[in-house]
Design a protein around this ligand. Structure first.
Ligand code: AMP
Ligand code: ZN
Length: 470
């Protein structure tokens, strides 16, 4: 299997540090708002990478952080007159709802920056001790020139960077390229006691610390969007490698950006969409399918037309799966279903096997999900044109298994979302009320969650239970 490594700018054979195991860290969101459809790209792409590695038999440890202390969170908290913690907790919950809709596997560990401050102070102390960092008036800076390999990920030269850097007269840094590890608190900001001042960490140190704590000094894959290559990942490398004297991550993976109607997505242009907004128009399984329809290192263009086409494509797969399941059930109910395959059927099974192999070959080539989806479509075409109730159950089951196994590797939902009628909702709500009356709160919660899965949100009001379609 080959992975394109930003560090070498080449596709490299994937050899994990430890046989059979993969340690993977993906930079997570700053939780001050709903995630937008651009943020959904790395989330879906690296979840798919993880799923594919699992399908190949690796034991994958997947860590992704929440940046829950940041200027943007503080600004939003001040605007709303609430604490930063209220803002970050609110949007972590919303993140969890969106990622559930996108069929993302929960991380092995999802650490929050504010709960890892002690580790950050420790790493900063270590860097100071080794001469890689220094303190000036309460602020701690990383001494960038103390790391000769600085720039190795982004292929930037420190002298060029410095020539282009703005130098302010009041700058207390030793060098314009030095960056902040710890900064003093300003009025109204959350702060923690440290050896230097009451303050808070810089952004880059978070990931170095959380990755080291939960995955160890060296990891296999570190990933994020391409905007993170510089300075975020470059700085993470400098911090971690100066601290441990070992190579940090073996493979650095970066997804290209999502554009909207061929333009950069931006609030001011008015082409900015949150995942939540899109979920009102399309099921999020469609958004996932769309995001995988283009190779992750190519830009992807979002538009209503493309989403409609993705919806149709996904439905084509779901309909074929539904039809195969239906045929198998009918034949089983009929009793005497023919299970032994004919010679002709064995040839068809071979076609499925060839396509299955093709799926693996293209996924082995730096996770080419676009071609992987094509292989699934080709299977669907065979199922639609060559299979019917006249086939043996073994043949139908083999076709169903090939399609569903591959779809599952991509996290593609093959079951059509059940449409629930108003009367059915009312009936379930009545059942839930009865369960609550009987103090069977477990059942009541179960019914609520079942409705939530079907996109029905309940609200307990003084006038009784109200519901709406999410
Ligand atoms: P942020 O919250 O801005 O730090 O972004 C979280 C993640 O989303 C990072 O990995 C970014 O690289 C990624 N990201 C942000 N905008 C886009 C976009 N338009 N397309 C693809 N990825 C994006
Ligand atoms: Zn990071």
């Amino acid at each position: 299997m080959k992975i394109y490594n930003t560090l070498s700018k080449m596709k490299e054979e994937f050899v994990p540090l430890e046989e059979g195991k993969v340690k993977m860290y993906v930079c997570g969101p700053t939780v001050y708002n709903y995630i937008h459809i651009g943020n959904a790209r790395p989330i879906v792409v690296f979840d798919t990478v993880r799923r594919y590695l699992i399908s190949k038999g690796y034991d994958v440890q997947f860590v992704s952080n929440f940046t829950d202390v940041d200027d943007k969170i503080i600004k939003k908290a001040n605007e709303e007159g609430v604490t930063s913690k209220e803002i970050s907790e609110r949007y972590i919950k919303e993140f969890e709802k969106d990622t559930k809709g996108l069929n993302i596997l929960p991380a092995t560990k999802h650490p929050k920056a504010t709960e890892e401050i002690d580790g950050m102070i420790e790493m900063i102390e270590e860097l100071i001790k080794k001469g890689h960092a220094y303190e000036k008036n309460g602020t701690v800076y990383f001494r960038t020139r103390s790391f000769p390999e600085y720039g190795k990920l982004s292929k930037k030269n420190i002298d060029d960077l410095e020539a282009g850097a703005r130098i302010s007269v009041s700058d207390e840094k030793e060098d314009p390229m030095d960056f902040v590890l710890w900064k003093p608190k300003k009025e109204g900001e959350p702060a923690w006691v440290s050896p230097w001042c009451e303050g808070r960490p810089g952004w880059h140190i978070e990931c170095s610390v959380m990755s080291k704590k939960y995955l160890g000094e060296q990891i296999d894959i570190h990933a994020g969007g391409e905007d993170l290559v510089f300075p975020h990942h470059e700085n993470e490398i400098a911090q971690t490698e100066c601290c441990t004297d070992k190579q940090f991550a073996k493979y650095w993976m970066h997804n290209a950006f999502l554009n909207v109607d061929n333009k950069k997505m931006s609030k001011s242009v008015g082409n900015f969409f949150t995942v939540r907004e899109i979920s009102e128009e399309f099921d999020l399984s469609v958004l996932r399918f769309f995001l995988l329809s283009v190779h992750y290192r190519s830009p992807i263009n979002f538009s209503r037309e493309i989403m409609e086409a993705s919806k149709n494509g996904l439905e084509r797969i779901q309909t074929a799966v539904e039809q195969l399941k239906f045929l198998i059930n009918v034949k089983k109910q009929d009793g005497g279903a023919e299970t032994v395959m004919t010679e002709e059927e064995k040839e068809i099974v071979k076609e499925f096997e060839v396509l299955h192999q093709k799926f693996e070959t293209v996924m082995d080539d730096d996770f080419n999900t676009a071609d992987a989806i094509t292989a699934i479509f080709e299977m669907v075409k065979i199922a639609n044109t060559k299979l019917s109730a006249a086939n043996s159950t073994d043949m139908l089951q083999a076709a169903l298994d090939h399609i569903t196994i591959l779809a599952d590797i991509l996290g593609i939902v093959t079951e059509k979302k059940e449409e629930i009628l108003d009367e059915e909702v009312e009936k379930l709500i009545a059942d839930r009320q009865a369960a609550r009356k009987n103090k069977d709160f477990a059942l009541a919660d179960e019914i609520r969650n079942k409705l939530l899965d079907m996109g029905i949100v309940l609200e307990d009001t003084r006038e009784g239970v109200k519901w709406k379609r999410a």
